[in-house]
Design a protein around this ligand. Structure first.
Ligand SMILES: O=C(O)CCC(=O)C(=O)O
Ligand SMILES: [Mn+2]
Length: 205
């Protein structure tokens, strides 16, 4: 499977379907001028926030900055945090409508993550909160430095796999993906520039 992914990445096919279509990557989804503009605009316009995780009474800062955006009523609760939605940024709305024109899905919120360098990361998790419904479709846009997205089975022992997420790419997680798999954005040791990730979601309750 990993060899297939590596070969595909070298040939730049328009999309790759993985894990029985529960994971689909469009490597160059955004027009390059929109991807460049979104990266430059969001880095400076978003008042990026440092949130933290409470473990054994201690607050540990997440190794990345975040910002939650969406329509009113889409509060997002995870890891002991509750995020109230900030109003849509026009560039984020442009990207959202481009995705919605191409997918049978719509979104009422988005989590923005800023990975400042290769040591910023996201640990193993599933986006399986009840508020996302049982089979959420999550549309994940990457801007800036290419980083690897890793995933592995949740309930059985099995190897993890990884795929590079280039500037302007769109990764779709759908169906039972959050039920069967964990995913992560691992740290890298070679130095990396900054990366912004937008995961569009639909809060249903
Ligand atoms: O940065 C990424 O590509 C992954 C983000 C993610 O998994 C999340 O926001 O839940
Ligand atoms: Mn996730």
């Amino acid at each position: 499977m990993q060899a297939y992914i590596d070969e595909w990445f070298q040939t730049s096919a328009p999309s790759i379907q993985l894990e029985e279509n529960m994971l689909v990557l469009y490597p160059s989804f955004l027009p390059s001028n929109l991807a460049d503009h979104a990266l430059n605009t969001l880095i400076t316009d978003i008042p990026w926030q440092q949130h933290s995780l409470k473990i054994y009474g201690r607050r540990i800062p997440f190794p990345r900055l975040m910002y939650w955006m969406g329509q009113p009523g889409t509060a997002y609760r995870f890891s002991g945090n509750e995020f109230q939605p900030h109003p849509w940024h026009p560039v984020v709305l442009t990207i959202k409508s481009l995705i919605e024109q191409n997918l049978p899905a719509s979104f009422n919120s988005v989590l923005l993550n800023l990975y400042r360098h290769g040591r910023d990361s996201m640990s193993w998790h599933a986006d399986d909160e009840t508020c996302l419904g049982p089979t959420p479709t999550i549309a994940s846009i990457s801007l800036g430095s290419t980083r690897h997205f890793a995933w592995k089975p949740k309930f059985v022992k099995g190897p993890s796999r990884r795929i590079p997420l280039p500037h302007g790419s769109l990764l779709i997680m759908k169906g039972q993906f959050q039920h069967h798999y964990l995913h992560a954005l691992p740290k890298t040791s070679p130095p990396k520039g900054c990366r912004i990730n937008l995961t569009f979601r639909n809060i249903v309750q």
